[in-house]
Structure formats: C-alpha cells, structure tokens
Ligand binder design. Structure first.
Ligand SMILES: NC(=O)c1ccc[n+]([C@@H]2O[C@H](COP(=O)([O-])OP(=O)(O)OC[C@H]3O[C@@H](n4cnc5c(N)ncnc54)[C@H](OP(=O)(O)O)[C@@H]3O)[C@@H](O)[C@H]2O)c1
Length: 266
C-alpha cells in the first residue's frame, strides 16, 4: 500500500486531501501541529504539503509571522520528511495580476517587487520546494469552497456576516473535494518534476449572482472594494476534468442549505 503524508491534514484543504488519499487506497499519515514531532523523519511515496497560512491579511499586517507560517514552515517540512514525490499547494496570489487570466499563465514572468507580502511568501516557499525537493509538483490554487469553509466572500454571504467586497466582485471557486481529486490525478499522470500548474475551476461568479442563487439580500455596498480573481487554468484543464465555477457555487449553496455539508464556524 503506498504511503501518503499530508501536512496540514486538519486544515480546510488538507482535510479534503487526506480523505481523498484514503479513498484512493493510500496509507495516510495525517500531520498537524500536534503530532508533527512524532511524524517528522518519516518517508513516503508521496507528501502533499497543504499547511501554511491562508489568511492573506495576516501577512500584510505582520510579514514576520506570515513568513514564519508560509516560508519557514515549508522549509522545515522539506528538511524533516523524505518522500519520493513532493506536491506543494501554493497559491495564485503569487501573481501580481490575479484578476487577469491573460497575465497569470504559469509562464508569466514574476517580479517579487509587484507581489503582496502574502504572494511573495508563497513564491518564496515555491523556491524552497524547487531547491530541496528532487521530485516535485507545484500547484497554484485559486479560491476554494467546500466542507468546513471558514472564510471568503461566499462564507460571509452564507453565514450572514458583513461583506468586505463589492457585490460585483467576481471570484473563481473550486470545491476542495474536486481539488483533492485533481491533485491525485495530476500526481498519477507522472508529470515532469518542476511542473507548475494553476488549479481552480473555470470562469468566475459574482457575489451578486451567488446572493441571488442563495436568496440572500445584499446590504449597502458603498466604499467596498471591487475585486476580481481568475486564474488561467488552461494547462490543468488539458490534463484533468476541471468544473465550472458556476456549477461549483450552485452545488455548494445547495449542500450548505440542505445541511449535507457545514460551514466551519456553524
Ligand atoms: N483556502 C483557500 O481558498 C486557498 C486558496 C489557495 C491556496 N491556499 C493555500 O493552501 C494552503 C492551506 O490553506 P487552507 O485554507 O487549508 O488553510 P488552513 O485551513 O488554515 O489549513 C492549514 C492547516 O495547516 C496546519 N499547519 C500549519 N503549519 C503546519 C505545520 N508546520 N505542520 C503541520 N500542520 C501545519 C494548520 O494548523 P493551525 O490551524 O494550527 O495553524 C492548519 O490546520 C495554504 O498554504 C494556502 O495559502 C488556500
């Protein structure tokens, strides 16, 4: 039975990855902060690094803490574990132009000076992976929804919290369960080491559209920033099935409403 180490296995993405690994017949070593010390030193066929910080504002407010969570922790994982293949969950935030798929293809030139602190830290972590992991795949993931969602504009909408973005903001969302499945499919293709892929669903959905589907009335939007995130997912879509964001969002709203999945802070 192949062994799969999942770093961040109690997290939003890591928990979906650990569940998918088990479903695919791997012997799963779920690693969280509490058991990290006892797991360190293990080898495996595959390690999926889904730890690290996902709160973008933390890095902007406190770059030292963001660096420790997203860069130093990845270096530690690279030194502490010995997998044959290393899959690193990075972020589309490495692109200074997350809003424009014509400017965020995987081969877009990346200048650290134009990045947010969060994006810079994710990019630095990628460099560590390139240096230390002999056989690696880097996935630049876009926005996600799924069981246990605890933050983003769709979470705010469905949990009844205040909104921090203009309703005409558009986002791209992949369900963590589909994402986890795609991660294993991409790994199993046996891509060349060093491959970098953007991974999200196709197209965008506005918060206004999602609110209409959810039957939620939007409150006043004056002064809220209008945001747009859409990664070019053409390369990944040529390799594995990639859903449409509109289908992902409709299914997510339906599952939250019928209670088959729950938001993280319900
Ligand atoms: N969520 C998204 O929409 C999204 C989109 C694109 C990319 N990503 C990237 O995906 C990664 C995971 O995001 P997420 O949303 O799943 O975040 P999350 O829910 O906070 O999960 C991360 C998990 O990793 C744990 N962790 C952190 N450092 C660790 C370490 N050294 N050893 C073991 N466990 C550790 C965290 O524990 P604690 O809770 O105790 O800190 C947490 O349980 C991040 O790097 C993020 O940038 C996320």
């Amino acid at each position: 039975m192949p062994r799969c180490i999942v770093i961040g296995a109690k997290g939003f993405i890591g928990s979906a990855v650990a569940a998918e690994a088990a479903r695919r017949g791997y012997a799963v070593v779920p690693v969280d902060r509490a058991n990290y010390g006892e797991c360190a030193g293990q080898s495996a066929d595959l390690l999926i690094q889904a730890g690290g910080n996902s709160r973008k504002h933390l890095d902007e407010r406190n770059p030292a803490e963001g660096f420790a969570l997203s860069v130093e922790s990845v270096r530690q994982v690279l030194l502490d574990f010995h997998p044959r293949h290393f899959v690193h969950v990075s972020s589309g935030a490495v692109y200074p132009h997350e809003e424009d798929p014509a400017r965020n293809r995987e081969d877009a030139p990346l200048a650290p000076g134009g990045m947010t602190h969060y994006g810079f830290h994710k990019w630095l972590a990628e460099q560590l992976v390139r240096h230390y992991a002999a056989d690696h795949l880097i996935l630049r993931v876009g926005g996600c929804v799924g069981p246990g969602l605890r933050k983003n504009a769709l979470y705010d909408l469905l949990s009844g919290g205040p909104s921090f973005v203009h309703p005409d903001s558009e986002f791209q969302y992949m369900d963590t369960r589909d994402l986890a499945s795609a991660v294993f499919q991409l790994h199993e293709i046996g891509l060349a080491s060093g491959t970098v892929l953007n991974l999200s669903a196709r197209g965008t959905v506005s918060i206004r559209q999602a609110a209409a589907w959810a039957g939620v009335a939007l409150s006043a939007a004056a002064g809220l920033p209008r945001r747009r995130v859409e990664l070019d997912v053409g390369r990944a879509a040529a390799l594995v099935p990639i859903p449409e964001t509109a289908d992902v969002v409709r299914r997510f709203i339906r599952e939250v409403r019928d209670g088959s999945i729950h938001l993280g802070r319900d």
